[in-house]
Design a protein around this ligand. Structure first.
Ligand code: NAP
Length: 305
């Protein structure tokens, strides 16, 4: 039986892993996808303290992982499909059919990109439609690219995509961007970025791959066609908590509700990072919450086992 199983290997989970491992708890971290989570696919992290020049998301993820492993954290690439509590024990069901037993669980499952839900989005996935600029940006060298969204991700990734696109159209449903001011300023003054406010995508069109977007003006209702070969969608995140339905309490959007000690509605189960209700989407916050969750898990172990 483990002392703690951490589900999710982003900044929150890896920090929780570092603290649990250093506390000599028998800890396993499970990650079904990429170690680092959302930051692993972020070009540059500029606001995590200690890196005045910024650091690539991939590099930061690897450093978090290396540091936690140095203190003995075990990391397995496996997916959890269900968790239940039997007496004091937590039972984790894995996609492989295996069952794991643990005294505590830290949920750091993060969030995944929200879909636009328009015609052509699924059809042209990986044939022009992408949710990851660092993964796919280079495929669109010298051709027009569209970015959808108005938040930090849309603005930051638009700037990255200017390395490749002949032009980067930033398409937003309102006339005001939501992103942090310094990102807005960089985007709006960039010679390769063309901001198209008050527009929504009605359809993504093409034959074998994306060729154009059908856009609708939200003020006038006017329809127009925009020729692009790449469409990068950054319209926010959705918590990856589907498999936890009915196990821990969530808010109406599916984010896990905790108290300020990261305790969920189930004793011995903690949550931290982007899957938590009230998440800010900041690495610094995820790291802090991962630390609190681990300290609380250790306290719970001492008091209950
Ligand atoms: P976000 O902040 O939720 O912004 C989503 C954007 O997409 C908003 O501009 C929203 O429009 C638009 N949108 C939502 N649904 C849409 C739809 N169906 N059709 C068209 N547009 C739609 O998401 P995010 O930019 O992915 O960021 C997620 C979190 O990570 C945030 O907390 C963010 O601060 C954080 N983050 C931080 C950094 C950084 O610190 N450098 C970098 C990346 C992300 P409205 O504005 O009209 O609502």
């Amino acid at each position: 039986m483990y002392d703690c199983v951490i589900v999710g290997g982003g900044p929150a989970g890896l920090t929780a892993g570092l603290y649990c491992a250093r506390a000599k708890m028998n800890t396993l971290l499970l990650e079904k996808g990429t170690i680092g989570g959302q930051i692993a696919i972020t070009d540059l992290v500029e606001n995590y303290p200690g890196f005045p020049e910024g650091i690539s998301g991939k590099e930061l993820s690897l450093r978090f992982k290396e540091q936690a492993e140095r203190f003995g954290l075990k990391i397995h690439r496996k997916e959890v499909v269900k968790i239940e509590k039997v007496g004091k024990e937590l039972i984790l069901h894995l996609r492989t059919g295996e069952l794991l037993r643990s005294k505590t669980v830290i949920l750091a499952v993060g969030a995944s990109p929200r879909k636009l839900g328009v015609k052509g989005e699924e059809e042209f996935l990986n044939r022009g439609v992408s949710y990851c600029a660092t993964c796919d940006g280079a495929l669109f060298d010298g051709v027009p690219i569209a970015v959808i969204g108005g938040g930090d991700s849309a603005c930051q990734e638009s700037l990255f995509l200017t390395r490749f696109g002949s032009v980067v159209y930033l398409i937003h449903r309102r006339d005001q961007l939501r992103a942090q001011k310094h990102l807005q300023e960089k985007v709006l003054s960039h010679p390769k970025i063309k901001f198209l406010p008050n527009k929504v995508v009605e359809e993504i069109r093409g034959t074998d791959a994306v060729e154009s977007l059908l856009l609708k003006d939200t003020q006038t209702g006017e329809l127009s066609t925009l020729e692009v070969e790449g469409v990068f969608i950054f319209i926010g995140l959705e918590p990856a908590t589907g498999f936890l339905k009915g196990f821990v309490k969530t808010d109406d959007k599916g984010y896990i509700i905790t108290d300020e000690r990261m305790r969920t509605s189930v004793e011995g189960v903690f949550a931290c990072g982007d899957c938590r209700s009230g998440a800010t989407g900041q690495v610094a916050v995820a790291v802090g919450e991962g630390c609190i969750a681990a300290i609380e898990a250790e306290k719970y172990l001492q008091e209950n086992f």
